[in-house]
Design a protein around this ligand. Structure first.
Ligand code: ZN
Length: 215
């Protein structure tokens, strides 16, 4: 009985699904091909930076990049979800950062190895405050990142190669989506390096959803 409970506790943790190369200008800036199907990878729940904490720059990387992305939270369990029903599987979204150790990722990619150490490390997932999807037109949502007060990344969902409904359809062929799962929908162009002392602020339209220091 208690063993089952332990397993249940374990399997009830959420997962973080991420889409790579979902904006063609970003695929080009990293010299990647524009994909014909979503490129998916996952980050564990242990990668989430706790709200209010600074990001402590790890010493295993000399080139950590911010990737500013729209993030959707799944509110219903589902598998083989058709895109026309996908919008019933989430009701809130925000802007987050998919921190990436670009030097490690480049090394892993060049050897054809998995990316986890470059993408899924502790504190690599930043989440803004979630906002009800409500009346937003999800095909035209803008978001941006300020670094030390200057806009360094700006995106609009209209430039996604695979919109959220398509991402849900594709990913749920492989993975059961569960309540609390998060989907990072990919970064637009403009990714860049962070330094200790940087101040990052993320905006969904004009609403500031996170405020973060690099230490
Ligand atoms: Zn990303």
């Amino acid at each position: 009985m208690s063993d089952n409970f332990e397993i249940l506790k374990y399997i009830c943790r959420m997962k973080i699904l991420c889409v790579g190369r979902n904006y063609s200008e970003h695929a080009k800036e990293l010299k990647n091909e524009v994909p014909t199907e979503p490129v998916l990878f996952m980050k564990p729940d242990s990668s989430v930076l706790r709200k209010g904490e600074p990001f402590f720059h790890p010493d295993f990387s000399q080139n950590i990049h911010y990737e500013t992305e729209l993030v959707f939270r799944i509110n219903k369990i589902g598998k083989h979800i058709q895109s026309k029903y996908a919008s019933t599987y989430f009701s809130e979204f925000t802007v987050g950062i998919d921190f990436t150790a670009r030097d490690l990722q480049d090394r892993q990619k060049s050897k054809g190895l998995p990316w986890e150490i470059a993408k899924a490390f502790d504190q690599s997932t930043v989440l803004g405050d979630f906002i009800p999807v409500g009346e937003f037109d999800l095909s035209n949502v803008s978001f941006h990142l300020l670094k030390n007060g200057q806009m360094v990344q700006k995106g609009n969902s209209s430039n996604m190669i695979f919109p959220i409904d398509k991402v849900i359809e594709y990913s749920s062929k492989f993975f059961t989506l569960k309540i609390g799962d998060l989907i990072f929908t990919g970064t637009p162009e403009g990714v860049g390096k962070i330094e200790i002392g940087d101040h990052l602020e993320g905006f969904l339209e004009d609403t500031k959803v996170f405020d973060l220091w690099i230490r």
